[in-house]
Design a protein around this ligand. Structure first.
Ligand code: PLP
Length: 422
């Protein structure tokens, strides 16, 4: 399709109105909201539920059925993920079932305890702020809201957060204690951080001596193409820059094995690992080692993880291809929208005309297509341009997804042409 001209606008608006009425008449009930694996993806881990069978001993002799042993989690599982998460194995902790929980706990312990390098507890500071690259992950923002941490949006670029902004804000304000980063195949735009971004994050001066990068590498091995995008090693970069304690690395098998029933990881400097495990040892006698053993037996090693992710890719790739194809067919050249073409991860970010995202989501809901609320990709649910919509293609089957994206494209045309005609 070509860009709209004043002459063609009313025809296009009429067409879009007709298509939308037909869409509503179909009475669809489709859901593109959360980035959940599909049942077929979960089936890939069916054997996990039959493990560990009669086995209960970890490689270091720990009896996984009992308290104690393997204080940092099972060594064989940490070995399998150390390379993928770019954390030396002795600095990688295998923990419970959720990385979000680990992020929550790190915030709580920083508020109520004293971080390495900190002058005082965050709870004793007058003000705490985090830099939030936008668009970003709504649950990071929800954690900040939960703890009264002010959020300062920073725009994303194709190479990661706008580093001029990040450097300026981190250097200027000692209340800025951290930054949220999803460094590979980011949620939702699919951006992977460039090497220079990682280097600058590691080396930049920060006014807060206890500044922390929350490096949520949730999509470390979640490639959608044959190209396995690599990112720079942030812990090594921080150590080389003289800021060894700057970064907390998080990851999990939620979108590798079973969502919410996998294993989460924390990696950092030796001082930070001692800091967290000191507190988490009070919170719990230890993680679910039986689940860790089952994961170690199922995934085996780093290559086993890679092979398993290739099976996910076979299921996910056609869905992401369909999103791209339909958006291109329906919206390409119209000037009404742009969208990301991620090489990995779980999301596509769709940018519509300024001021239109909420209305597109509303019209889609009226047509039976549930989308993530517009604004969810921004702190306080406020996308100042009201333009970003997050699409999560993984959960529906291909036929349903195609219907939903066709319908979404109709809503984008309707709302976009209405705006241009207004
Ligand atoms: N981090 C990001 C960026 C995510 O997109 C998600 C889930 O969608 C999570 C963390 C949640 O991970 P977990 O299940 O390990 O808590």
């Amino acid at each position: 399709m070509t860009a709209v001209t004043p002459e063609s606008l009313s025809t296009r608006l009429d067409e879009a109105r007709r298509d939308y009425a037909a869409l509503v008449d179909r009475g669809l009930s489709l859901n593109l909201t959360r980035g959940k694996p599909s049942a077929r993806q979960l089936d890939l881990a069916a054997d996990l539920l039959r493990l560990p069978g009669d086995r209960h001993t970890a490689s270091d002799g720990t009896d996984c059925r009992n308290y104690q042993g393997a204080p940092l989690g099972l060594p064989e599982l940490r070995e399998a993920f150390a390379g993928h998460l770019q954390v030396p194995v002795e600095q990688l902790v295998a923990a419970g079932n959720s990385s979000l929980e680990l992020m929550h706990d790190c915030l709580v312990h920083a508020l109520l305890g004293t971080l390495p390098g900190a002058a005082r507890r965050w709870a004793d500071e007058e003000r705490i702020a985090f830099l939030c690259p936008v668009p970003g992950y709504d649950r990071h923002f929800a954690l900040c809201e939960r703890f009264g941490i002010e959020m300062i949006p920073v725009p994303m670029t194709a190479e990661g957060p706008d580093m001029d902004e990040v450097e300026r804000l981190a250097a200027a304000d000692p209340a800025v204690k951290g930054i949220w980063c999803v460094p590979k195949y980011s949620n939702p735009s699919g951006v992977s951080y460039g090497d220079e971004t990682v280097r600058r994050l590691a080396a930049m001066p920060a006014a807060a001596p206890d500044f922390r990068i929350f490096w949520d590498n949730a999509y470390a091995v979640h490639h959608l193409t044959e190209e396995e995008v690599g990112i720079a090693d942030v812990l090594a970069a921080c150590a080389a820059a003289g800021n060894p304690d700057r970064t907390f690395v998080f990851g999990s098998t939620s979108k590798i094995t079973l969502a919410g029933a996998g294993v989460a990881f924390f990696g950092s400097s030796p001082a930070n690992v001692a800091w967290l495990t000191g507190y988490s040892g009070k919170r719990s006698i230890g993680p679910d080692k039986v689940n860790q053993l089952r994961h170690a037996l199922f995934l085996r090693d780093a290559d086993g993880v890679r092979a398993h992710m290739a099976r996910h890719r076979e299921l996910l790739r056609p869905k992401f291809d369909a999103v791209h194809r339909i958006l291109t067919e329906r919206l390409g050249g119209t000037g009404l929208a742009t969208w990301s073409a991620p090489k990995g991860g779980y999301f596509v970010a769709l940018d519509v005309l300024d001021g239109c995202a909420r209305e597109v989501v509303r019209r889609a809901a009226d047509a039976g297509i549930a989308l993530t609320p517009a604004g969810a990709t921004h702190p306080y649910g406020d996308d100042p341009r009201d333009s970003t919509i997050r699409i999560a293609p993984s959960f529906p089957d291909l036929a349903e997804l195609e219907q939903a994206i066709e319908g979404l494209a109709t809503c984008v045309r309707l709302v976009g042409y209405e705006k241009l005609a207004a």
